[in-house]
Write a protein that binds this ligand. Structure first.
Ligand SMILES: Cc1cc2nc3c(=O)[nH]c(=O)nc-3n(C[C@H](O)[C@H](O)[C@H](O)COP(=O)(O)OP(=O)(O)OC[C@H]3O[C@@H](n4cnc5c(N)ncnc54)[C@H](O)[C@@H]3O)c2cc1C
Length: 385
């Protein structure tokens, strides 16, 4: 899509990511998904090209750019057709490290952020727990103070990069009940008592490792606290904005790829003597999806613009973009698979593979119901007020 604010710098960056995707992801995508893994080497390759720290301060090895570049990065990586691997890379550069960049001490940034930006250390974000993921303020993993240490006890689940991470940006309870008792720490995975309980088998995104983690009295120095004690909930909610923008962008990019492939297919494939695309029933259906996709992209771009400008409305826009994208991708991909007939049910078809696990888009990084709650809180009067 051409958008008025894309500059020559944006276009050059897009070209860089496009080349990276074409060279390192797309040719391996199907094999990685079959093998259920992508190599750690990809983090180093992305790091060497500067793709893992685009919004971070150049003093720490970042590029000092804004969310527009995040959008370009995600749009292009998603065209590599291995979303599991893209999730792994984006957890590294957006979800697990942005809080260290924003709130960590210089020592934390030096020891954990810088190697993550270079792709030399792999990061995971540990928020969700077996007892619940949506209600972050209710998390139960504890970090008890003991002299100069914290002793961590509890479990995390659905953690992307969890089986191979060198460290987890971990949400823990350091105080009483509710959001004010939540803190964030860096937990090295070589600490005694850290266990990957199991690698979870998913119905899609096979190349990304998703794990359940157990913290059996894991002792870490208190200097691994990120920011201030008791402010972790606030930091997580800020970081979620970038994470949700990433998800919204990924959905749009997958939709565009799938729609383009379907239009090419249906313009050639004939039924009853004419191309499928010549039939008004399909042409109109695709016209509707094209319109909704443009709307979704514009909503996402508005959210990127507001986040880059530090606009107070950004949380509502980000939530709308993620909610809208999750609704869009379900309908669009299923319709496109339908237009492929039997091929739309075969492993060899990218459109068919995209139709698996569609519900994940409305779950990860905050569910659609949680997005609706945020939109209602930000944009509607309090009931009865
Ligand atoms: C592939 C994948 C990767 C993930 N990666 C990570 C990761 O790296 N790190 C991490 O911490 N987490 C990760 N998650 C977890 C994800 O963030 C949670 O699954 C999500 O937040 C929902 O939590 P839950 O699964 O515990 O569902 P629950 O919180 O138990 O929710 C169950 C249902 O209740 C609904 N619900 C919740 N609140 C409301 C409400 N107010 N009104 C109405 N309905 C509501 C939800 O929408 C959902 O439909 C990942 C999940 C997946 C699937």
């Amino acid at each position: 899509m051409s958008f008025p604010c894309w500059s020559d710098e944006h276009r050059a960056f897009r070209e860089t990511v496009r080349r990276f995707t074409a060279e390192h992801i797309r040719p391996n995508a199907e094999r990685w998904q079959q093998e259920g893994f992508f190599p750690d080497e990809l983090f180093r390759k992305a790091g060497a090209l500067g793709l893992l720290g685009i919004r971070f301060d150049p003093a720490w090895g970042g590029s000092g750019l804004d969310y527009w570049y995040t959008v370009i990065l995600v749009e292009e990586l998603a065209r590599g057709r291995d979303i599991g691997c893209v999730v792994g890379l984006l957890v590294q550069c957006e979800m697990a490290t942005s809080v260290i960049h924003a709130h960590g001490t210089d020592a934390l940034r030096r020891d954990w952020l810088v190697p993550a930006i270079h792709g030399e250390r792999i990061a995971a974000l540990g928020v969700s727990e077996p007892g619940g993921g949506s209600d972050v303020a209710a998390l139960q993993t504890t970090a008890r103070r003991d002299g100069d240490d914290y002793v961590i006890r509890g479990s995390k689940i659905f953690i992307s990069n969890g089986a191979r991470a060198d460290f987890v940006t971990l949400a823990v309870r350091t105080g009483g009940a509710g959001p004010g008792g939540v803190s964030l720490v860096v937990c090295p995975t070589d600490a005694k008592g850290f266990q990957v309980s199991r690698r979870l088998a998913k119905i899609d995104l096979h190349s990304s490792d998703t794990a359940e983690l157990f913290f059996d009295d894991v002792r870490i120095p208190r200097r691994l606290l990120i920011g201030e004690e008791g402010r972790g909930f606030r930091y997580i909610m800020q970081a979620f904005q970038g994470e949700r923008l990433v998800l919204a962008t990924m959905m749009n990019s997958v939709c565009r790829d799938v729609l383009e492939e379907t239009l090419a297919y249906t313009s050639q494939r004939k039924v009853f003597g004419q191309p499928i695309l010549a039939m008004q029933a399909w042409r109109h259906r695709f016209a509707d999806w094209m319109t909704r996709l443009e709307a979704s992209e514009l909503l996402t771009y508005r959210a990127a613009g507001e986040l880059s400008a530090g606009d107070a409305h950004a949380e509502a826009s980000v939530s709308m973009a993620k909610l809208y994208g999750a609704e869009l991708i379900r309908g669009l991909v299923l319709d496109c698979a339908q237009a492929h007939g039997g091929y739309g049910f075969m492993e060899e078809s990218y459109v068919a593979r995209c139709s698996r696990g569609l519900q994940n888009w409305g779950i990860g990084a905050g569910s659609s119901e949680v997005m609706r709650e945020i939109i209602a809180k930000r944009c509607m009067p309090a009931p009865g007020a």
